[in-house]
Design a protein around this ligand. Structure first.
Ligand SMILES: Cc1cc2nc3c(=O)[nH]c(=O)nc-3n(C[C@H](O)[C@H](O)[C@H](O)COP(=O)(O)OP(=O)(O)OC[C@H]3O[C@@H](n4cnc5c(N)ncnc54)[C@H](O)[C@@H]3O)c2cc1C
Length: 322
């Protein structure tokens, strides 16, 4: 009857999508363990609990938890986990989730499954699937007894599967002493507003290292123009300076929620995939049939991206009457 805890990640007053995705995974897992789904909300705004699909929300209120603080979060969570001994604690596989989960693992000497793609029931019991080596290796293993920590990748569940129309029961807990924090947030720095905001675009043509050179980015741009969308990129493309950082999708860039996300020559590393899981339809074009991007894509094309892009652009232009 072990409970599944989910850490509620929130930034600037909004719950991150990965939290709802984690709650959906927790529900499936709790149905196997027979335990409860418990959300851990650390902050100063109880209203963030409203849409969490959890049996209970443990709310710890403190000004030092309003914005992200590693020290404050780890201190509070260490106390809760030690006292309540859940079977699992799920964090998002994000910068914040990885930061806290690794710190807790070291502090409490608990096992941590990073890059977790799925927790599933098998005839051997509950097992994890972890997407390691930049997504090239899928490691599977049995979940040990006691408390295990996870950082979960998006892909398996949709955001709305972890949302509820009825507000959950919220239990307030007293925060421990949170003075003397080593690092505190001074301000958020938004990227310069001189470019479009890819997180608001409905149609995105994303280019990865497979695009090969800067000149080829123009081919993707032509398709985006024909579709009425925008071009964005994975990190190698931005690192090369072929597109500005405002177009970067992923852990170090932006999360996107496109209606159509066309991934051209992108392998599907966890740091990229975590930011595209809320898109409605992902189509991937890749010459490697085993590229992990196909695990999250609704449609996949194993072909050279230049051929497909030029063909698609011509077809879209023809459909739109030249
Ligand atoms: C802390 C940290 C933060 C990171 N943040 C980000 C981030 O925000 N965003 C991000 O994207 N990455 C990020 N990364 C990097 C990430 O781990 C990957 O290295 C990166 O996403 C890989 O980019 P890619 O898929 O374009 O390149 P690759 O992994 O090299 O994949 C290129 C793909 O193109 C395919 N291909 C090659 N030629 C063709 C062709 N002609 N036609 C079709 N397909 C072709 C190949 O089969 C391959 O699958 C981060 C890494 C770290 C450690």
């Amino acid at each position: 009857m072990s409970d599944i805890f989910v850490f509620v990640e929130h930034i600037q007053g909004a719950v991150s999508d990965i939290t709802y995705i984690s709650l959906a995974q927790a529900r499936v897992t709790a149905n196997v363990t027979g335990g409860k789904v418990v959300a851990l909300l650390l902050g100063n705004d109880k209203a963030l609990a409203t849409r969490l699909a959890a049996d209970e929300v443990l709310f710890v209120e403190h000004p030092s938890l309003a914005e992200y603080s590693y020290d404050a979060n780890v201190k509070v969570l260490a106390d809760i986990i030690t006292e309540r001994k859940p079977g699992m604690v799920i964090f998002g596989d994000t910068s914040i989730g990885s930061d806290i989960a690794s710190g807790l693992s070291a502090r409490l000497d608990l096992p941590l499954v990073s890059f977790c793609a799925e927790i599933k029931e098998t005839d051997r019991g509950l097992e994890y699937v972890s997407q390691i080596c930049g997504g090239k290796v899928m490691a599977e293993g049995k979940i040990p007894a006691g408390t295990t920590l996870f950082t979960l990748l998006p892909g398996k569940f949709k955001v709305d599967e972890g949302q509820s129309a009825t507000a959950p029961k919220v239990t307030s807990l007293t925060a421990p002493y949170l003075g003397g924090l080593r690092v505190t947030l001074k301000e958020y720095q938004e990227p310069s507003g001189e470019d479009i905001d890819i997180s608001k675009e409905n149609i995105l043509v994303a280019v990865g290292r497979g695009i090969e050179n800067e000149d080829n980015v123009a081919i993707a741009q032509e398709l985006a123009d024909a579709l009425g969308g925008a071009v964005c990129a994975s990190r190698p493309v931005v690192d090369q300076g072929w597109l500005p950082t405002t177009r970067l999708v992923g852990k170090s860039g932006k999360n996107v929620k496109a209606r159509l996300y066309l991934a051209l020559g992108i392998s599907g590393a966890p740091e990229h995939v975590e930011a595209i899981g809320s898109s409605d339809v992902i189509i991937a074009v890749n010459t490697d049939p085993n590229a992990p991007i196909f695990n999250v894509a609704k449609y996949g094309i194993v072909e050279d991206l230049i051929d497909i892009t030029e063909g698609l652009t011509a077809a879209v232009k023809e459909e739109k009457g030249g």
